[in-house]
Each structure stands twice: as C-alpha cells, then as structure tokens.
Design a protein around this ligand. Structure first.
Ligand code: AMP
Ligand code: MG
Length: 482
C-alpha cells in the first residue's frame, strides 16, 4: 500500500506559480519517526504510512502518480527585499483528503529545484528533528502550526560547517502559500497572476471573504487577524521563531518554517534565539511589531486589489487584535475568568519581576497553577531574588482572585490546561539530536514527541523533561545553517 496522494489543487494554477520537479533520492533513506496525530488527521493508518512503498514514494525511488512541484515566491529577509526565493529544497508531493479536509504534503530536503540558488536542496538531520518535534509540540500547545507527519533519516552526506547527514520532514498543511508568494507577483508586476493567486486562496481557504464587497480586503483582514492572534500565542507561550522573513509567514496564519526557533528558559524579553540575528530584529519582544511589519508587506503586495485607505484601516486592526488576544491568553495563564481593567498592570508587574530575577517562564506558570491565595507559596517565592517584590505581587493577585470568588482547586485544574508542563527546550531537542546522530537511535525523539503532543498532562515517567534546564542548555547557539 502507498499514500493516497492526489495532485495538489495548487497545481491547477499553472506553471506561472511553480516548477515541476523530481525528488532526488537520499542514500539509505529510512523512516525515523512518525506523528500518530498527523497520521490520524490524514486518515492514514500506521502500517500504510510506515511501509516501504510509502518510503520509496517520498524518496523518489518510485515515481509518484502525481508530479511534485516547487513553488515560486520572493520575500523580505531581515528587512530587505529578495526578488527570487522559492522552494529551494521543499517539494509539494501532492495532497490527501480526509473527513472533509484537504492537506498538502510537502517534503523538506528532497533535493535541488530551480530555486535552489547556491544551496544543495538538502536539510540536515538536526534541523529536521527540530522541525519535526516543534511542529507537533506547537500543535500540542494549541498554537496554529504546520504539522509534521514523519521524519526520514539517511546516510546521504550533506556539507555544512561539518559533514552531516541529510534528512526529510514530511510537512503537512492545508496550504504552503506564504506572504512572499504574493510579493513575488506584485514586484514582478504580474497583477493578473496576483489576483488569480488571491482568488485561489480565497476559494479554498477563506470562502467567507466571497460574501464581502471587496473580497480581497476581507481576505487581507482575515490574514491580519490570524497573524495578530498567532503572535499573541507565541508571546504567551514564550516562543521565539527566529526568522520572521515574509517568505516564512503562512497565508493561513500558522507557525511556519521552523529554523533556529527557541522557547524562553529564563524570562528575558530581549531573547534572540537565532545566533545569526546580530541586531536582534527577530528578538522575542520584537515579534508583535514584526508581525505587523510583515502584514504591511502583504498589504503592499495586495495594493493593486484593495484601495489604500482600506489597506490602512485593516492594518490598524492589528494592534487591538493582538492586545485583546494576548490579554485573553494571559488571563487564562493566571486562571482569571473575568476581565478587569487592572489586569494589564498585574501582568506587566509580574513580567517585570520574572525578568528581574531571571525566572524560568514555563516553570513559574506551571507552579502558579498550585498558588494558594493569601499564603506564602514558597515554591514560587523561592524562584525570585526579589522576594518582597513577589510577596507584593502575590498579595495583589490574591485580592484579584478574591474579587472573582476564585477557588484554589477549581482554578488549578483550569490553569493546568493553559500552562504547559512540557516545552521543547533547546537542550532537550539537542539531546535527542545527539543520540540520533551518534547512535542512529531515535528513541529520544519519540519519547519527546509523546510528551510534547500532550504537554499539559502529567507524565510521571518523563518528569525529567519538565526540569530546569542545565546552564549549558541555556547557552546553546542555534544558527540559520540547516
Ligand atoms: P529559510 O531561511 O529556510 O526559510 O530559506 C530561505 C530560502 O533559502 C528559501 O528559498 C529556501 O528554499 C532556500 N534554502 C534554504 N536552505 C537551502 C538549501 N540547503 N538548498 C537550497 N535552498 C535552500
Ligand atoms: Mg523559508
């Protein structure tokens, strides 16, 4: 049995939008890990997915009944426009429909395409493991994201700073179209093609926009709203993406293209996860404004289709949307079920204290789930250098909880659904990578996957994944090289 792939609807747009390509097989390719959750989303049973036939199909050893394709796009990278990007190492294999939903399957690292430029079309094992795990971890956290179906390892040598081995992630999303796809047709002055692309995305992904007088305006509004909400999710979860170029911004508002991402360990708003981001353009606390910057770039690309006053109005909705969504998420993290005017200040004071004492963001909030009102709460208090500062905040918080008749037990249960116990810390990913690279042993990848798919639950046998990171683990340097 093989995968029930059919030609992606995207192919119907015609070859202005992509190039037909062929997968270049990886030497000694083999299945290394699967995500059961993504398999279920696609209606695939494990035997079918884990088969040699499916492997040979993904590895280009047997030709697929559908032609793989590489999408063309451009985009702004670190603020500068790059006119020609495109899938340099990703290939759209086709799509799979199940239960009324259609998902594209993309291979990342499948070899050279007409858009590879100086690149080799490959992805190394370490970055593939990171993308595989983080996609599923984000989904587990309830954050919109592309999914990962499986990981393929190989003995193909790939040259980076050192010789590594090539790998592939099977990436899954309803659409892999990016902000940069629109920018490409705008900047090359192919405005008819731009409109057709917008029509395609509206028809398949934003059909509700058809009801509006200007469907393109309604479409942009929906993308801006989703992007603002996504940024709020990242901030609340303590996630930094690392390379928020417009070619890495999904038109569906999903977390897209995992590279040198990182979760906050100690709360530090200036956290830069991408070692190559010298100016901190994509630092954690810059993400909300970069999200808007990127929406601006998309709006500019849609300017042939939407009057400029309307574009401006739509962009103005970004700030209130992100603020509202962030507040909602932070209230849930604090276990508050009503909204009060002073909540913003309460959150701001807390973040100030966390920063001042370099408190671990995830561990703090998980411990906060067991907060007892009007009590000393030593497990929390001891996390702070400024303990009196914490006491003052904790008094305020107790008063705030009393104002909504909050009960400790009930609140705790609710908060444990908003504050994960497990996140993909860099060092955890690194340990799984080291084991896979040295021993071809993917057990650690699979153990992490199991926990991260369900990060709010207790996993007593995997308690060590919820521990404070070791000092070396906080200083890992992750670069763009992948
Ligand atoms: P990224 O920073 O991964 O989003 O990639 C930016 C651009 O570089 C995209 O057009 C990628 O397809 C391309 N690219 C990245 N790595 C490679 C590679 N190893 N071979 C070919 N193209 C690549
Ligand atoms: Mg990219």
């Amino acid at each position: 049995m093989t995968l029930p792939l059919r030609t992606a609807r995207f192919a119907s747009l015609g070859d202005t939008y992509y190039s037909a390509v062929r997968v270049q097989p990886l030497r000694a390719a083999r299945w290394a890990a699967f995500s059961p959750g993504t398999a279920a989303l696609l209606g695939l049973d494990m035997a079918q997915l884990a088969s040699d036939e499916a492997l040979h199909l993904c590895n280009g050893v047997v030709a697929s009944s559908v032609t793989p394709l590489a999408m063309v796009y451009s985009g702004h990278q670190f603020g500068s426009y790059n006119p020609r990007l495109g899938d340099g190492r990703a290939m759209l294999l086709g799509e799979i429909g199940h239960a009324g939903r259609v998902h594209e399957i993309q291979l990342k690292g499948a070899g050279m395409t007409p858009y590879s430029r100086q690149g080799d079309g490959r992805a190394v094992l370490r970055s593939s493991i990171r993308e595989f795990l983080c996609s599923e971890a984000m989904h587990g956290l309830g954050i919109p994201t592309t999914r990962a179906l499986a990981l393929i390892a190989s003995e193909e040598p790939v040259y980076r700073e050192q010789v590594e081995t090539g790998a592939m992630v099977l990436r899954v999303s309803p659409s892999h179209i990016r902000f940069g796809s629109f920018e490409y047709f705008f900047y090359t002055r192919q405005h008819d093609a731009l409109q057709q692309l917008a029509d395609f995305v509206i028809e398949h992904h934003y059909p509700e926009a058809l009801r509006h007088e200007n469907r393109y305006a309604a479409f942009l509004q929906a993308v801006v709203t989703r992007t603002a909400r996504l940024m709020a999710h990242w901030q609340a979860a303590g996630f930094a993406h690392g390379v928020m170029n417009t070619d890495n911004m999904s038109i569906l508002g999903e977390t897209f293209d995992y590279g040198p991402f990182g979760f906050l360990d100690d709360y530090n708003p200036q956290f830069i996860c991408n070692h190559s981001d010298y100016n901190g353009r994509y630092a954690y606390d810059q993400q909300p404004s970069i999200g808007l910057w990127n929406c601006n770039a998309l709006a500019h690309a849609l300017s042939p289709l939407v009057p400029v006053e309307t574009l401006r109005e739509i962009l103005h909705s970004y700030q209130p949307t992100i603020e509202q969504q962030y507040l909602q998420l932070m209230r849930a993290k604090l276990g508050l079920h009503t909204a009060q005017a002073a909540d913003n200040a309460l959150i701001g004071q807390l973040l100030g204290l966390l920063q001042q004492s370099a408190v671990d963001y995830t561990i703090f909030f998980r411990r906060l789930c067991d907060f007892v009102a009007d009590a000393p709460n030593p497990g929390l208090r001891d996390l702070f250098v400024d303990r009196e500062g914490f006491d003052r905040w904790s008094n305020q918080y107790s008063i705030r909880l009393a104002a909504e008749q909050s009960r400790d037990g009930e609140r705790s249960t609710r908060m444990k659904q908003a504050n994960p116990k497990y996140i993909l810390r860099n060092y955890l990913a690194q340990q799984a990578i080291d084991k896979a690279q040295r021993e071809q042993d993917f057990s650690e990848v699979n153990n992490l996957l199991r926990v991260l798919q369900d990060p709010f639950a207790e996993h007593p046998e995997q308690e060590h994944y919820a521990a404070f990171p070791p000092d070396w683990g906080k200083r890992l340097e992750i670069s763009c090289s992948s």
